[in-house]
Structure formats: C-alpha cells, structure tokens
Write a protein that binds this ligand. Sequence first.
Ligand code: CAA
Length: 260
Amino acid sequence: MELKNVTLEKKERVAVVTINRPKALNALNSETLKDLDVVINELENDKDCYVVILTGAGEKSFVAGADISEMKDLNEAQGEEFGILGNKVFRRLENLDKPVIAAISGFALGGGCELAMACDIRIASEKAKFAQPEVGLGITPGFGGTQRLPRLVGLGKAKELIYTCDMIKADEALRIGLVNKVVPLENLMEEAFAMANKIAENAPIAVKLCKDAINRGMQVNIDEAIAIEAQDFGKCFSSEDQKEGMNAFIERRAKSFQNK
Ligand code: CAA
C-alpha cells in the first residue's frame, strides 16, 4: 500500500518513522493513522530492526494533534470510531516488540502529545511544546491522553494540564517527567540515534522482553507483575543471545548478538 503521510527509513538497526504532513503541522487525520498502522505492520515483521525513532517532518511541529477539520462535523458514533482508530494504532505502537523513541522537535499537542506518550522514551528539543488542548475544543483527549498522562506525570498534574489546556515548554515537561531528555533542536536526531544505537547494541530479545514485562506488569498487581517478569526472565534462557552474552562475559571477549 502506498503511504501518503508517513515515511519509513532504515539506518542499520534503527528505523525512522516520520509523520509527514507539514502543511497541517503533521496533524493526524484518518489517512495518516492508517499509514502509521501499515508502517507498524512492516516494523513488526522486520527482524533486522531493533529500535524505532518516531518523529514529525519539519522543525515546527512533532504532531499538532488530531485533525480538527476532519473531526469538526463528526457525530457521536463517528467520534467514537475516530477515537477507536487512533487508540488502536497507538496501542499497537506501544506494544510493538521493539522500543520506540519519540524525537519531538516542536508542537506535541493533543493527539501529538498522546502519540509521544505511546512511545517508550521521549527526547524533546528545547523548542518543543506540549499540551492537551482538547477541552478548549469541546472534547476530551481521545487517543489515550486521559490514561497515559496520569500514568506518566501523576494524577494531579495530568488533571491540571487536561482541565486548563496549559501549554508547557520542554524544560517543564522534563521536570514533570513527561519527557526523558531535552536537547538543542539541531542535535535532536543525533541524540535520538545515539540512544537508539546504544539500545541496539544490547540483546534485542532481552530488550523486547523487558518492554513486555514493564508494559504488562504496570497494568496488574505486584504479584502478577513479578510473575510476568519471572516468565520473561525464563524466556531469555531459550535464546542464543543469552548464551552469547554470558559466554562473552566469562571469556572476556566482545559479544555478538544475533537476535536469536
Ligand atoms: N488539525 C488540523 N489542522 C491543523 C492542526 C490540527 N490539529 N494544527 C494545525 N493545523 C493546520 C492549520 O489549520 C494551518 O492550516 P492552513 O495553513 O491550511 O490554515 C496549518 O496547520 C498551520 O497552522 P497555524 O496557521 O495555526 O500555525 P500557527 O503557528 O499560527 O499555530 C498551533 C500553531 C499553535 C500549533 C496551532 O496550529 C494550533 O493551535 N493547532 C491546533 C492544536 C490542537 O488544538 N490540537 C489538538 C487537536 S484535538 C486532538 O488531538 C484530539 C485527540 O486527543 C485525539
């Protein structure tokens, strides 16, 4: 299928997904969400890709939200359907079997902030700005914001941001734990690649199982969570990379992981 608003490039073990609709500040319409869904299919099947960087085209905006011109005339059922589409795609991204780093240049608003939150790690430029402006448009956040924001920054701060629509700068986003790191705009992709490459040096099956244990474990009680960790820990021992990693340590040689 031909992609209209999303591009996918590969650089060795790292894939770069770009939301590419700069005329609308990369706003997410249904077409863009469907493109992203197709790209996720590709990434799922790509055993040579260990880490994904997700970014937006241009320097002004990561993603300025869901597309307001597409949403404005929706009725209740259509609104729900649009929310379900966005949530389905974002959940697939969150559950992708490799880490996803959001590289956020500028605006990450509404669905854009929600997209960033569905990624594992967020690196923001000093120029990035974040908000959930939905209630100012007469709607709730619809692509996971009411759920992921409190999980990331705590209940009180999430409610403040969602009820007020306050737009916060990168330094405040860092302070409240919404982003992992803030870097100069000109270094954004370099920093994202540096982190991606560092992750890609480690055993990909182990990284994948860490993501699984963290994501699933955070949704259940601590006893079930520890049981999930035990299972994932056990699974590592059926991988060749576990033997390689431990033998390389014992033999004091460089390791060479094969994603097997
Ligand atoms: N949807 C559709 N188009 C958008 C858009 C959006 N979310 N954000 C920006 N655009 C379009 C503008 O309409 C404009 O298009 P035209 O040139 O054809 O008029 C173009 O992008 C450039 O935008 P501006 O002229 O507005 O640029 P600016 O520099 O003056 O302002 C901005 C930038 C502050 C980001 C402003 O565009 C803005 O406030 N955008 C909307 C942000 C927003 O409210 N996002 C949340 C959407 S709701 C949502 O996401 C729901 C959900 O949870 C799923």
